[in-house]
Design a protein around this ligand. Structure first.
Ligand code: ADP
Ligand code: MG
Length: 293
C-alpha cells in the first residue's frame, strides 16, 4: 500500500485568522501525506494549530490557501453543496467535548449522521447502531440522555456516532482530554482497533502517550508548522511541570537550573518552574542527549 492509496495529501496548507498586524498564522505551509489505514498522532503545545489543521483536513474549515486531496478528490475545490456529503460519507469526527445533542438519547445521537446521507436501507442503519453500541459496551445506555452518561460513555456514544456511516477516516481532536486516565486509555484503544481490525485511517490530536509507540506517524506541530517526529523519538522529553511530552530539539521555553536543562511546553509552565524550581527539578531534566551547539 502506498501513500497514494487513500486518505490525505495536503499541499501548502495554510490558515491565517484575521489580517494585518493582528493576523494569526495558525497553520503555515503544511504539505503532508497520510496513507490509508494509518494511525497518525498530531501532538504539540496548546495554540500550535492542531485543531485548525484537523478541521481543515475534515473539511470543516476553509484554508486560506493550499490544497487538500482525499484520494484523488480535491476537497478544497468542492463547493458548499458538495462538501457536506463527502464529509458525512467518508469522515467521522470525535471531539474533546463530545458534542452530543443534549435532547437526544444516546441511540438518537448515534443515528443522527445517518440522516444526513441517503440511506438505501434504514433498517440496516438501525442494526448497525445496535452492533456499534454492543461493541462499545453502551447498549444498556441506548435510551439515556447525554447528561445521564459518564464522560467515558459519552465519548463511546460519540465514537459510535462517528462510525454510523461507516466512514474510512476518523478524525479525533483531543478525544481523551475530558476523560480520566482509565476511560482515556480505553478510548485510545478503541481508536487503535479501528486501524488494526478495520483498516480505517485514524488521525488523533492528543497529548495522550498511550498510542505513541503504536502510531505509524507522530506529527509534531509547533507554531503552525508540522514535522514528522516518529523517527526521532530520542529527542522527546517531559515538561517537569505538566508532564507533557515535548521535543527538546525545538522547544522554545527552557531553563538551566543547577547545571541541568529543563524544557517546557509553554511560558506558563516555565513560570511555575521559576517560582518553585526545587519542587519540579527532580521531575524531568534532560540527561545527556542535548542538542549539539
Ligand atoms: P491548538 O488546537 O493546537 O490548541 P488552534 O488550532 O486551536 O490550536 O489555534 C491555533 C492558533 O490560532 C492559536 O493562536 C489560536 O488562538 C488561533 N485561533 C484559533 N481559532 C481562531 C479563530 N476562530 N479566530 C482567531 N484565531 C484563532
Ligand atoms: Mg485544539
Amino acid at each position: 500500500m502506498t501513500e497514494q492509496d487513500g486518505a490525505f495529501r495536503t499541499e501548502g496548507l495554510t490558515k491565517t485568522y484575521g489580517s494585518g498586524p493582528t493576523a494569526v498564522h495558525a497553520v503555515s505551509d503544511v504539505s503532508l501525506a497520510i496513507g490509508q489505514g494509518q494511525l497518525v498522532l498530531i501532538m504539540g503545545p496548546s495554540g500550535s494549530g492542531k485543531t485548525t489543521l484537523l478541521s481543515m483536513l475534515g473539511g470543516l474549515l476553509k484554508p486560506t490557501s493550499g490544497r487538500i486531496f482525499l484520494d484523488d478528490l480535491e476537497i478544497t475545490s468542492l463547493n458548499e453543496g458538495q462538501l457536506p456529503k463527502v464529509r458525512a460519507q467518508r469522515i467521522g469526527f470525535i471531539f474533546q467535548a463530545f458534542n452530543l445533542l443534549s435532547s437526544l438519547s444516546a441511540e438518537e445521537n448515534i443515528l443522527f449522521p445517518a440522516s444526513l446521507v441517503k440511506q438505501p436501507r434504514p433498517a440496516e442503519t438501525g442494526q448497525r447502531a445496535q452492533r456499534l453500541m454492543e461493541r462499545l459496551g453502551i447498549r444498556q445506555r441506548a435510551r439515556h440522555l447525554p447528561r445521564d452518561l459518564s464522560g467515558g460513555e459519552k465519548q463511546r456514544v460519540a465514537i459510535a456516532r462517528a462510525l454510523i456511516n461507516n466512514p474510512d477516516i476518523i478524525l479525533a481532536d483531543e478525544p481523551t482530554g475530558n476523560l480520566d486516565t482509565r476511560s482515556g486509555h480505553e478510548v485510545m484503544m478503541i481508536l487503535y482497533d479501528l486501524v488494526k481490525d478495520e483498516g480505517k485511517t485514524v488521525v488523533i490530536v492528543t497529548h495522550n502517550q498511550v498510542l505513541a509507540d503504536m502510531a505509524d506517524r507522530v506529527l509534531w506541530i509547533e507554531d503552525g508548522r508540522v514535522r514528522d517526529r516518529k523517527d526521532e523519538m530520542h529527542s522527546w522529553t517531559n515538561d517537569p511541570v505538566c508532564g507533557m511530552q515535548i521535543d527538546q530539539w525545538t522547544a522554545t521555553f527552557f531553563r538551566s537550573h543547577e547545571g541541568k536543562r529543563y524544557v517546557f511546553c509553554s511560558k506558563r509552565c516555565q513560570e511555575r518552574f521559576d517560582a518553585e524550581p526545587a519542587r519540579y527539578a527532580s521531575l524531568g531534566s534532560i540527561q545527556g542527549n542535548i542538542r549539539p551547539a
